[in-house]
Design a binder for this molecule. Structure first.
Ligand code: GTS
Length: 216
């Protein structure tokens, strides 16, 4: 059976957890703290990042980088597809994933910059990352407002776009609880709250992790 190397707060890993469950693909979860020297992540991903999907085959195949894992899953196991049927819809879903992941990328950088403490952190760097995140959230909020009222970003069923946005917003709620996106973008928040009711979202809710090693 496959193993997914994951971390409790990880929005990127949550995308894959939700996708695997939605596609009825069995796996076991290996929860790690990728920032600690004890993590097994570097043994499977030279970039030392999780999620990593281990196929547990005889050659030790490891699939890594969440957007690629998603691509790989849809290519190899198209049943219970998480992509729209039409090409434009497929490309739009991937564009939404780029934005959702990009919001997380910027806020991860800002999170660790914040950890540098007074006098060591670059306020300009923090502002730049927060600006990227706010721009991404604005774009996602616009897409939600333009979508039909069916609760999904594209068409009438759950797609990669919803999984990516829901995972990003769930992490934002955990790691940046004071961020004002919920008041600035009420429709985005309503969409998010509705997604969180879905069993695969409810069962993969993010939680904080304790990082033992000094990261910055
Ligand atoms: N682009 C990557 C980002 C993955 C990523 O940054 N993972 C973090 C963990 S988390 O932020 O998702 O919780 C990690 O492994 N960081 C360890 C490191 O960067 O050395 C993806 O989408 O898979």
């Amino acid at each position: 059976m496959w193993t997914l190397i994951s971390a409790t707060p990880s929005p990127y890993a949550r995308k894959i957890r939700i996708a695997l469950i939605e596609k009825r693909l069995p796996f076991t979860l290996q929860t790690e703290v990728p920032w600690d020297s004890t993590t097994a992540t570097p043994q499977h991903n030279p970039l030392e990042k999780l999620p990593v999907l281990l196929l547990n085959d005889d050659v030790g195949t490891a699939v890594y980088e969440s957007h690629f894992i998603m691509e790989w899953l849809e290519a190899k196991y198209p049943e219970h597809s998480l992509l729209p049927d039409d090409l434009e819809g497929k490309l739009f879903a991937k564009k939404v994933e780029v934005l959702a992941d990009g919001v997380c990328d910027a806020l991860v950088l800002a999170f660790f910059e914040k950890m540098r403490g007074e006098g060591l952190r670059s306020e300009a760097w923090m502002e730049r990352q927060m600006r990227k995140a706010d721009g991404g959230l604005r774009a996602l909020a616009t897409f939600v407002e333009q979508a039909g009222g069916g609760g999904f970003l594209i068409g009438e069923r759950l797609t990669l776009a919803d999984i990516a946005v829901g995972s990003a917003l769930g992490w934002l709620s955990l790691r940046w609880p004071d961020h004002e996106w919920k008041t600035k973008h009420p429709k985005l928040n309503e969409y998010y709250e509705r997604l969180e009711q879905r069993p695969t979202f409810d069962s993969t809710r993010p939680s904080a992790q304790t990082i033992t090693d000094k990261v910055v």
